[in-house]
Design a protein around this ligand. Structure first.
Ligand code: ATP
Ligand code: MG
Length: 718
């Protein structure tokens, strides 16, 4: 073993090997997608263990998701032969933070059994505090404040650190006091929020040098994957810990920084060399993942960004029947889903595994069309990094209303929404309905109807419940002769459910409203409310088994670090991708982040990459002509082909959809077709551009769907 290199080093190229073997001192691996950064980290850990430089418990390794941590642990096991015992410090920033904090909770006034608040708890607590201050929580919404606090914590700020301007921005200058009150309240509750999982340890390390020293001695080697997406607090945390051994290895790609909207800061890459003088910087330029066409398309696209560190990438990979990146047009999203479904079935017939295919969407609402299609086709699929469309909170709530309307004995559904939105029907009232129903063996809705006729209820809940009962009675009557999509809209309007999200200024509210619209849209395809509900129960029943061969469906954000033989990228239209909210709120840097997201999408593909755009999308219930994404213009024609429109899946749509490199290829005389005589993908019509912009831009508030523990999410509420 001393003479010949150990097996795990075999097959690495010279630069990768250097990155693995340079164990001492700071190392920064800065390299493009698919160059083996993650593989380097994994091999490095194997190397440390195999050469007995450290015990598993002396290695601190940070991944971006919990899933990535599990996979890394498993691969290390394979490399060193046999299961790796321990590795307790391999995980996300959050999971490592919890571990640290449990050990030293008392130093920040907590007990080691502290609880971690989820976003809902956090908001409830903030709301109490805002109200206790005598402030109007409609004018100063708790959700908005929760977002501000997250932002501060991403920067490592405590109440004393926030800049004056920030402190003034909330509740007429009472932001700082509220923040402080919130932190105190958390302490009393023996609880912390996600941000504290990083901020508390930082505080501990700063105030207790002896504790920090302990970790300096403990962590011999520190490794960080997806380094480009660390935020300031994470960086501070890392720097504190790494000042001990200095054996810190970070790998990242500035072109894949896609969490700027959540506080990630690419400049941490530049800071690294300053804070760790003498750092060895290693560049990997050989891509092992993708074919030259895919890599060529991705590299050319990303070259349109200005703020880049810049790098070259090459690949030797060749594939027998190598194809260019394909761009396809469809009439609308239904046709897009149908065509992609057919392509997948075709591949399956040619013995390709569903596990090797993925559909990566920009916004989560896009998933609905695919999920429905796959259920119809009987294709297994899995949604990665988030709930399936019909499992989302707002969709379940809406469905609960529809279920009670069409089947009044559905008590589970009734219980779910009887007090959503809030109507002053507290636990006591609900228990009363429940008991009444039990005693008489009748459904809860009927019990409610009977109860409100008695004197048994308190006046206020009785009034609310009367309204609820009355509403359901009216909606059930409408069931027979009102079109079901119209009825669905009416129900969500009249129940106050839509309004609840419209009034909600939180990050995720716009995305939820999009999903509700998509839900209503999807009902169109069914004859009746009942038919639709049946369909959904089938979708929900579809197996979500990890071991099953299944197509992966996820947002582009969740796809970071992953790879698939075939990748489908639907919805490349202006307003959707790049996303209008990112443009509105981020300006040029917003656009560049969207472009990096496109780069991430393309570079997930090993062999085949299919981009789609549709000519028409229904937005807010209205059909809109769409404009192909500007990113299509930015693809190099020598690596990209435009698919001939297929007519096999029928309809006028396929033939009229179009676009193309400087040619008006699909310019048939068709009432739905517009002229395509401008070069590139873009349509001449400024008007439709304006319309799209108006519709996508009209929702205010940027939206961030928070998922705890550093699991990926979707950005700008998409
Ligand atoms: P990303 O930026 O997308 O996270 P990455 O730089 O982390 O990509 P990896 O996922 O580590 O890249 O590697 C990409 C693919 O190339 C993987 O399938 C990996 O196993 C393979 N690979 C990496 N290095 C080599 C090598 N030296 N020989 C053969 N295959 C390799
Ligand atoms: Mg990686």
């Amino acid at each position: 073993r001393v003479n010949s290199p150990p097996g795990y080093l075999e097959g690495l190229n010279a630069e990768q090997r250097r990155a693995v073997e340079t164990l001492d001192g700071p190392v920064l691996v800065l390299a493009g997608a698919g160059t083996g950064k993650t593989r380097v980290l994994t091999t490095r850990i194997a190397h440390i263990l195999a050469s007995a430089k450290a015990y598993p418990s002396q290695i601190l390794a940070v991944t971006f998701t919990n899933k990535a941590a599990r996979e890394m642990k498993q691969r290390i096991g394979v490399l060193v032969g046999g299961a790796v015992e321990g590795m307790p410090w391999l995980g996300t920033f959050h999971s490592i933070g919890v571990r640290l904090l449990r050990r030293h909770a008392e130093l920040v006034g907590l007990r080691s059994d502290f609880s971690i608040l989820d976003t809902d708890d956090q908001i409830r607590l903030l709301k109490q505090l805002i109200q206790a201050e005598g402030l109007d929580d409609k004018r100063w919404p708790a959700r908005q404040f929760a977002m501000m606090i997250d932002g501060w914590k991403n920067k490592g700020y405590g109440p004393a650190d926030i800049p004056e301007g920030d402190a003034r921005a909330f509740a007429n200058g009472r932001g700082r006091d509220l923040f402080e009150a919130y932190q105190n309240r958390l302490k009393t509750l023996n609880a912390c929020d996600f941000g504290d999982l990083l901020c508390h340890p930082i505080r501990i390390f700063r105030a207790h040098p002896d504790v920090l020293k302990e970790y300096h001695a403990k962590f011999r080697y520190i490794l960080v994957d997806e380094y480009q997406d660390t935020n300031t607090a994470q960086y501070m945390w890392l720097r504190l810990i790494a000042q001990g051994s200095h054996n810190v290895c970070c790998v990242g790609d500035d072109d894949q920084s896609i969490y700027g909207w959540r506080g990630a800061d690419v400049d941490n890459i530049l800071r690294f060399e300053k804070d760790f003088p003498g750092a060895v910087v290693i560049r990997l330029e050989r891509n092992y993942r993708s074919t030259p066409h895919i890599l060529g398309a991705a590299s050319h696209l990303i070259s349109h960004n200005e703020g880049r560190l810049g790098k070259t990438l090459f690949t030797d990979l060749t594939h027998e029947d190598e194809t260019k990146v394909m761009v396809h047009a469809a009439w609308d999203s239904e046709e897009e889903a149908r065509a992609i479904g057919e392509e997948i079935e075709q591949l399956q017939r040619q013995d390709h595994k569903l596990n090797d295919m993925a559909i990566l969407v920009r916004a989560s609402f896009q998933m609905r069309e695919f999920e429905d299609r796959f259920v119809t086709l009987g294709l297994n699929y899995r949604v990665v990094g988030g709930p399936r469309f019909y499992e989302r909170l707002e969709i379940r709530d809406a469905m609960a209303y529809f279920r009670v309307v069409s089947q009044s004995a559905d008590d589970l559904a009734f219980e779910r929404i009887v007090n959503t939105p809030k109507r002053g029907l507290g636990d006591a009232a609900i228990r009363q309905i429940h008991d009444y129903a039990r005693a008489r063996d009748i459904p809860m809705l009927q019990a409610a109807a009977d109860l409100v006729m008695t004197e048994e209820m308190k006046p206020r809940p009785r009034k609310s419940l009367t309204d609820v009962v009355e509403n359901f009675r009216r909606w059930s009557q409408l069931l027979e002769n009102t079109p079901h999509t119209e009825l669905a809209e009416t129900i969500l309007e009249e129940s106050g459910y839509t309004a609840m999200w419209q009034n909600d200024r939180s990050a995720e509210a716009p995305g939820r409203l999009d999903n509700l619209k998509e839900l209503i849209r999807s009902m169109d395809e069914f004859e009746s409310m009942r038919g639709f509900l049946e369909h959904v129960s089938l979708v929900m029943d579809a197996e979500q088994n990890e071991d099953l061969d299944a197509v992966s469906l996820m947002t582009l954000h969740s796809a970071k670090g992953l790879e698939f033989e075939t990748v489908f990228l639907p919805g490349w239209e202006e307003g959707l991708f790049p996303h209008q909210r990112a443009l509105d709120e981020g300006g040029r840097s917003g656009l560049e982040e969207e472009r990096r997201l496109a780069y991430v999408g393309l570079t997930r593909a090993k062999c085949n990459c299919h981009i789609w755009f549709v000519s028409n999308r229904r937005i807010h219930g209205l059909w809109q002509s769409t404009i192909p994404s500007r990113f299509l213009d930015e693809l190099p024609s020598d690596h990209v082909d435009v698919a001939e429109p297929e007519t096999s899946y029928g309809g006028y749509g396929a033939a009229s959809a179009g676009g193309g490199y400087g040619a008006s290829r699909f310019d048939q005389a068709d009432p739905f077709t517009r002229s395509y005589d401008t070069p590139g993908w873009r349509r001449a019509q400024v008007n439709s551009n304006e319309a799209t912009r108006r519709n996508w831009g009209s929702r205010s508030g940027h939206a961030v769907e928070h998922v705890g523990y550093g699991e990926a999410d979707s950005g700008y509420g998409a």
